[in-house]
Write a new protein. Structure first.
Length: 537
């Protein structure tokens, strides 16, 4: 009992220290983490610490390169430092041929550091061999990463190394197995359930993350509970013996910021032995955002949130005065290599884009005749961010061919799109609302419903296109669209407050800025993009 009281007291002192910044009205914003910690689409997080650096990996499904690795020193300023793979090649669907992988691809990567190397495990959300689990490894988080082995499918899995180096996989709803020491197979007879879900947990318990602390194993999972008065929550199972009985507790059941209850993520320690919890929350059109909370160890359980068990609105960064970094960035395209903040929609066609043919510009070439944006190769994307954000591009249209379509979109299963269309010798700018229909199995595009809202004829070959996003609570996840003929005077076009959505049956992803150029009649045209200017408020 005395030990329990001391544990609680220590936890409360730790919580008070970690939450010191809350309520201090004169605190400078540079010294505060405002939740969401990352107000952008960063779902299914796994976070580890190696030395003084935190590393985070997330799900990006059909975007390439995939499995982004982000780094931070203070849990406030994050930047993308690498990707676990450049592309996936198991099927032509990854190339937007014979179907697509919208909402599929890489899911819920697990990140670990063991014996001086980084390890990652992920399983694409596919059936058959396309869904086989990848285990990848690298000498450093930035890469280069190589495929170490392929195993059977493990849903929402985590890789775990015990103190003696024995590897395990925890996956699905309470399943686990031991891997061979070389991480290339499953130990025969080791597959088992280590818990059974409660009667009212009719959904999956998934997103497993496993850590070991003070000789106890902890498995963290999201629980979907449909009983009256129960909500989505983060639960924890613990044991001192992997073959023994596991106890269970709810460690977070909190709504936040005017949105619903949040869960799924992990906990991570600091060099000094403090702990933080990182969980995601569904926030509509922007996607699934990340929050950070203190962890209070109470009676041996990692309880997330403040003293009331709630996600705090603000927290003090783990370290002060770190350089400001971001995962969404402006770009002048002045480098010969594409910035890590960009991802392509599906595998790119490498010979159809360039940063060197016209230095200072991104050249997007048409290389395949396609009927619509959703089958267009080499669409370049970045996340949109809350609370509000704005991005614009400057585009040279002089080398477009008849039937070419180029522009900027709020890209998702339902998209708001600014398209320049070359029609013979004429060019027009259209703002349209586009909605894709996909088959359930192959995610093949069966139809794109396009509603043209406004058309403007263009008399020049240079244009600026702008997209503003507003994800503040109650603002309807609104996108507004603009164009300029001189880069100074902006003209609004099309739908007022176009509503961006999150649709788990198609893209399962937040809306993205998307720069595109595709051919509907003949290939060979191109556009040059001078810049991507970006701001967030």
């Amino acid at each position: 009992m005395k030990q329990s009281i001391l544990t609680i007291a220590a936890a409360l002192l730790l919580s008070a220290s970690m939450l010191e910044a809350q309520g201090a009205e004169n605190q400078q914003s540079s010294n505060v983490i405002e939740n969401p910690m990352l107000w952008a689409d960063v779902p299914d997080p796994d976070v580890i610490r190696v030395g003084d650096t935190f590393y985070l990996v997330s799900t990006t499904m059909h975007l390439m390169p995939g499995a982004p690795v982000m780094a931070s020193k203070d849990l406030k300023n994050w930047e993308t430092v690498g990707y676990i793979f450049d592309r996936l090649t198991d099927s032509p669907k990854y190339d937007l041929q014979e179907g697509t992988v919208y909402g599929r691809g890489q899911w819920a990567t697990s990140l670990k550091y063991h014996d001086g190397r980084f390890w990652a495990l992920f399983a694409p959300n596919e059936g058959g061999p396309m869904g086989d689990t990848y285990i990848c490894t690298a000498p450093k988080a930035e890469g280069p990463w190589t495929i170490h082995s392929r195993l059977r499918h493990f849903h929402d899995a985590t890789l775990f190394f015990d103190d003696d180096g024995t590897p395990y996989v925890f996956f699905g709803t309470g399943e686990m197995c031991q891997l061979t020491r070389d991480l290339k197979g499953v130990v025969e007879g080791s597959l088992r359930h280590y818990f059974q879900r409660e009667d009212d947990e009719r959904g999956l318990l998934e997103g497993t993350r496993v850590i070991k602390h003070c000789g106890t194993y902890y498995a963290l999972l999201i629980s979907h509970v449909f009983a009256p008065g129960r909500h989505r929550r983060e639960v924890c199972y613990r044991t001192k013996d992997l073959n023994g009985t596991w106890e269970k507790a709810t460690i977070l059941e909190s709504d936040f910021g005017g949105f619903s209850y949040l869960a799924q993520g992990t906990i991570v320690d600091t060099e000094e032995g403090d702990w933080y919890g990182i969980m995601f929350q569904d926030r509509g059109g922007v996607g699934r955002v990340l929050t950070v909370s203190p962890v209070r160890w109470i009676d041996g359980w990692p309880m997330l949130g403040d003293e009331n068990g709630k996600v705090p609105a603000t927290m003090r960064p783990y370290k002060s005065n770190q350089p400001a970094t971001a995962i969404v960035c402006a770009d002048e395209f002045s480098s010969s290599e594409l910035g890590l903040h960009w991802q392509w929609n599906h595998n790119p066609i490498d010979e159809a884009w360039s940063l060197t043919e016209r230095p200072g510009f991104l050249r997007l070439k048409t290389s395949r005749v396609v009927p619509n944006l959703y089958l267009a190769p080499n669409t370049l994307t970045q996340r949109m961010e809350g609370p509000t954000c704005s991005g614009f591009i400057c585009m040279d249209l002089s080398k477009m061919k008849d039937g070419d379509c180029a522009g900027l979109a709020a890209f998702n299963g339902d998209s708001g799109v600014l398209t320049i269309k070359k029609q013979g010798k004429k060019m027009v700018l259209q703002m349209s609302e586009q909605k894709v229909s996909l088959t359930e199995r192959e995610k093949a595009v069966t139809d794109v419903e396009e509603k043209v809202v406004e058309t403007v004829e263009l008399k020049q070959s240079k244009i600026w296109l702008r997209l503003d996003g507003d994800f503040q609570p109650g603002h309807g996840d609104a996108a507004n669209f603009y164009y300029s003929l001189d880069g100074e005077q902006w003209n609004k076009i099309g739908t007022e407050n176009y509503r961006m959505i999150f649709d788990y049956r198609r893209f399962f992803m937040g809306s993205k800025f998307a720069i595109f150029n595709y051919a509907t009649k003949k290939q060979g045209g191109y556009v040059d993009v001078d810049c991507f200017d970006y701001s967030r408020k």
